[in-house]
Structure formats: structure tokens, C-alpha cells
Design a protein around this ligand. Structure first.
Ligand code: NAD
Length: 481
């Protein structure tokens, strides 16, 4: 399905076309959906200039006006949910119901930060001198930039622009070149609700390293917020050092999903399906390693297999489909490699493991592996696909050690009805997000983010806005005469 609409770039509040274009591909059909102007360093420079120009005025806009813009944008986004969901499914592949869910999730960040914009409070601090008062104020960081991935093409953008705008920062977004359309739809929404020109730019192009280099080298860009893979995050962190930019990184993960024998097994299985299969497993918080206590290993495996087997694979636009295509051929190859590696090292294939019969589209079926051990890639590299790998364990101590044995620290899930154990695990699991009897913990009011090599900083919640605020204090003298 091709899209008839034009998608120029959004730079400094203007829609910019360019002769040189790149194809946006539908992963379900391998067809070109539309062509988008291919931005280069010149367009990125224009976006920075526009942001620099409008930044002082935007920083001084009253909070209620910034809140109004965010709230109106959320409303428009919800009104357009059907159109936006369809565009997302066509460019990213996830089933339509999930795309609708993501649009709602994306709008919820705009709503949350519309409220937070009004609550940027300061402090007064007792001074050590009778003659002085100390006042703490918070001011926007200034011009900021967001570099975002393809797997949540709308929510990963609003999770950044909402706190940035709430705080009074401008933002240049470089979306993934695989999913620029959702980003450009967000720009249309903000233009319609009256966001001043230059506060937002969307600069998409096929040379991400060259585009982001312009941002990283410019001393006037005061912060970057990156969501993507850990290797690229590390690269950007090094580049940020030269101008000492503030940084936020939401990086990769390798989530353990732990099922104790005292868990409600049916609940655990339902949540396992959510934590594993949302977005075909292409989520940073996707469950990668299923640790199941020996007593319930067999029944958990059987129940999960039957749930996965019932999932319909196909084009996400079709009714009843719950597993769409992966994003690109390289993603399918990586999943295939992980499964073949596991099988070669002794894993048992309970379900799936073979590419589906479709002629077109980057499909891979739900796959379940048992007899898995820690030498297999599935247990230490992000699979980013619909593969569940099950490993047995016997004691709480053993599973905590195994679950923590990774450089990642984004999300962990555990299922138990023992309250003492729940808190012991919450204390000891080295992860920023803990789903205790919950396979879907993400929400706008909670602080999303990782520890270890999964990142720095938090998004959403009352903490999210702090990433876009500088703290200053005023020491006021001459008080007591
Ligand atoms: P990616 O790192 O390849 O790309 C992310 C962004 O960085 C894209 O905009 C891309 O164009 C850009 N980029 C790529 N190479 C670059 C370079 N050399 N210099 C500068 N920019 C570059 O990641 P992806 O494949 O788009 O997304 C998948 C990854 O994102 C996974 O590792 C996943 O776990 C992670 N992710 C994390 C979160 C989170 O909140 N922690 C959320 C979603 C995805």
C-alpha cells in the first residue's frame, strides 16, 4: 500500500522538499510506501539555527501556554488515532491494535508533561549568613536534540519532546530513517496547535552518523537524548564529551523473566506473552531469558507454547493478526542466527524456528526454545525478535545471580506470590524497571530507564522533566542592615 501524501522534512517550522530522496519500505510487503527528502548536514544546520533563534523567546513563554500546546497536541493525536496507527503499521510492521496502543501511549506523555510544565518549582535554602538568602531556580537547558529508534516510532519521540517543551527547551528530532512518517505526522500536529516556528524540527536522513555529528559538534546544542542501541549510545557519549553536553541514554536491554513455583502460572503465561511478543519482540524491554523454577518448568512451557502457537502471523493491517513482520531483512537474519546457534549448542526447538512461507515480507514465527544454556547467544545478546528461550533454575539465590549476569540493566520481570521474596528481588535485581507480577510496566507517570549499559537518565514521571532543566541558585546579599 502506497501513501499518496507528501512527506517533506519539517525544519525551523517550514516544510522543506529536496531532490534527493530515500525510500520508506513497508516491511510486510517490501513495497516502497513513499519517498522522503534525504536530509544532510546542511538541513541539520538550518534546524539548529532556527532553534537557536527561537530558544530565548520559547524559554520565556509562560508555563500555561506551553502546557496548552502540549495538551492540544495530545488531543489532536487521539483524534487522529486511526490514521496515525495505520501509518505506523505500514512503516514499522506492528499489528494495528498495537499501533493504536502506541499512539495512546505517545499522547499520554504529552498529557503528563502538559501538567508537569506548571510544576517547575524552585527552593529557598537557609543561608549561613544573616545577611544572605539562597534561592534555587530551574531554567530550560536550551537547544536539545533527540535521536530515536524505529521500534516505537511515535512514543519514543513524544517521551522526549513533551518534557523538553514543558521545560522550555527547543528540540531537533532525528528519527530513524526506517520510520520517518510517524515523526513527520507529529510535526503536523504541533504546527496545527500553534507551536512557534523553530521550536521543533524533524530531520530525517540515511546518513545518521553525519547528521548527528553536526548536532554533537555544535556547542549551542546543550543536550542530546538518545534512544537506541548500546554501541551507538556509547559512541554518542564520547562525542558529547567535547562540548560537555548533557546526555540521556535509553539503550538496549536483556530482560530476564523469572517464574517461581508459587506464581499464578496462568497469569505468568499471559504476561510472558505480552513481555515477549509486543512489537514482535522488538522492544528494549522485551523478555529475552525465561528462568522457570524446576517444579513448574513443564507446565509453564506447555502453556506458553500453546499461547504462542495460537498467534496469527501476517500483515499487521489484517484483522486477527498479532505477529507482524520484523523491521528489515537484517533483523530476520539476526533472529535466525540466534535460533540456529542455540540449536547447534543443544537447545530443543519446541515451536517455530523456520521462516514462514510468505513470499514477501520480513516474517519470523513465534519460536520457543528449551534446554537453553548460558553459552547460547539468546542468553546474552539482544535477540529483538519473537523467540522465547527457557532456562530452568532451582533456588532464589541462583536465579538472582543468573539474572544479573549481564551488562544490561533495563527491565526485569518476576512472578511470585511471596511478598518477602518480591521485595528481596526488587532490592537485588540490577535493573531500572521491575515488573513484579507485571509484564507491561511502562506508563507515562513512572520513571522509565536503565542502569549499567542500558543507559543514563529517566523518561516520563516527575523525574523526566529534570533532564531538561538546569539548576541555578541566586545568593542574595545585603539583606540585614
Ligand atoms: P540504533 O542504535 O541502530 O539507532 C537508533 C538511532 O540512532 C536511529 O535514529 C539511527 O538512525 C541512529 N544512528 C544509527 N547509527 C548511528 C551513528 N553511528 N551515529 C549516530 N546515530 C546513529 O537502534 P535501532 O536499531 O533503531 O533501535 C533498536 C535499539 O534501540 C535496541 O538496542 C533497543 O533495545 C533500543 N531501544 C531502547 C529503548 C529504551 O528506552 N531503552 C527503547 C527503544 C529501543
Amino acid at each position: 500500500m502506497a501513501i499518496s501524501e507528501n512527506y517533506p522534512l519539517f525544519i525551523g517550522g517550514d516544510w522543506i522538499d529536496k531532490k534527493e530522496k530515500f525510500d520508506v519500505i513497508n516491511p510486510a510487503t517490501e513495497e516502497v510506501i513513499v519517498q522522503v527528502p534525504n536530509a544532510g548536514p546542511e538541513e541539520m544546520k538550518q534546524a539548529i539555527e532556527a532553534a537557536v533563534r527561537v530558544q530565548p523567546e520559547w524559554a520565556d513563554t509562560v508555563a500555561s501556554e506551553r502546557a496548552r500546546i502540549l495538551a492540544d497536541a495530545a488531543k489532536l493525536m487521539r483524534e487522529r488515532i486511526e490514521k496515525l496507527a495505520e501509518i505506523m503499521t505500514i512503516e514499522e510492521g506492528k499489528p494495528l491494535a498495537e499501533s493504536r496502543g502506541e499512539i495512546g501511549y505517545a499522547a499520554s506523555f504529552l498529557e503528563w508533561f502538559a501538567e508537569e510544565a506548571k510544576r517547575i518549582y524552585g527552593d529557598t535554602i537557609p543561608s549561613n549568613s544573616k545577611d544572605k538568602r539562597i534561592l534555587v531556580i530551574k531554567r530550560p537547558v536550551g537547544v536539545t536534540a533527540a535521536i530515536t529508534p524505529w521500534n516505537f516510532p511515535a512514543a519514543m519521540i513524544t517521551r522526549k519532546i513533551a518534557p523538553a517543551f514543558a521545560a522550555g527547551c527547543t528540540m531537533i528530532v532525528k528519527p530513524s530513517e526506517l520510520t520517518p512518517l510517524s515523526a513527520l505526522e507529529i510535526a503536523k500536529i504541533f504546527e496545527e496547535v500553534g507551536l512557534p516556528k523553530g521550536v521543533l524540527s524533524i530531520v530525517a536522513g540515511t546518513e545518521p552518523a553525519a547528521l548527528t555529528r553536526v548536532l554533537m559538534d555544535d556547542v549551542r546544542v546543550r543536550k542530546i537524548s538518545f534512544t537506541g542501541s548500546t554501541p551507538v549510545g556509547k559512541l554518542l557519549m564520547k562525542q558529547a564529551a567535547d562540548t560537555m553536553k548533557r546526555v540521556s541514554f535509553e539503550l538496549g536491554g536483556h530482560a530476564p523473566f523469572i517464574v517461581f513455583q508459587d506464581a499464578d502460572l496462568d497469569e505468568a503465561v499471559s504476561h510472558a506473552v505480552l513481555a515477549k511478543m509486543r512489537g514482535m519482540g522488538e522492544a528494549c524491554v522485551a523478555a529475552n531469558r525465561f528462568y522457570v523454577q524446576e517444579e513448574v518448568l513443564e507446565s509453564f512451557t506447555e502453556k506458553l507454547a500453546s499461547r504462542l502457537q495460537a498467534m496469527k502471523v501476517g500483515n499487521g493491517l489484517q484483522e486477527g493478526v498479532s505477529v507482524g513482520p520484523l523491521i528489515e531483512p537484517a533483523a530476520v537474519q539476526k533472529v535466525e542466527d540466534h535460533v540456529q546457534d542455540a540449536v547447534a549448542k543443544g537447545a530443543k526447538l519446541v515451536l517455530g524456528g523456520e521462516r514462514s512461507g510468505q513470499n514477501k515480507g520480513y516474517y519470523y514465527p513465534p519460536t520457543l526454545l528449551t534446554n537453553v544454556n548460558e553459552d547460547m547467544k539468546v542468553t546474552f545478546e539482544e535477540t529483538f525478535g519473537p523467540v522465547a528461550a527457557i532456562l530452568p533454575f532451582s533456588t532464589e539465590e541462583e536465579v538472582i545471580q543468573k539474572a544479573n549476569n549481564t551488562r544490561y540493566g533495563l527491565a526485569a520481570y518476576f512472578f511470585t506470590r511471596d511478598v518477602g521474596r518480591l521485595f528481596r528481588l526488587a532490592d537485588r535485581l540490577e535493573y531500572g524497571i521491575l515488573g513484579a507480577n507485571d509484564g507491561l510496566p511502562s506508563t507515562a507517570q513512572a520513571p522509565f530507564g536503565g542502569i549499567k549499559e542500558s543507559g543514563l537518565g529517566r523518561e516520563g514521571s516527575k523525574y523526566g522533566i529534570e533532564e531538561y532543566l538546569d539548576i541555578k541558585y541566586i545568593s542574595i546579599g545585603g539583606i540585614s542592615r
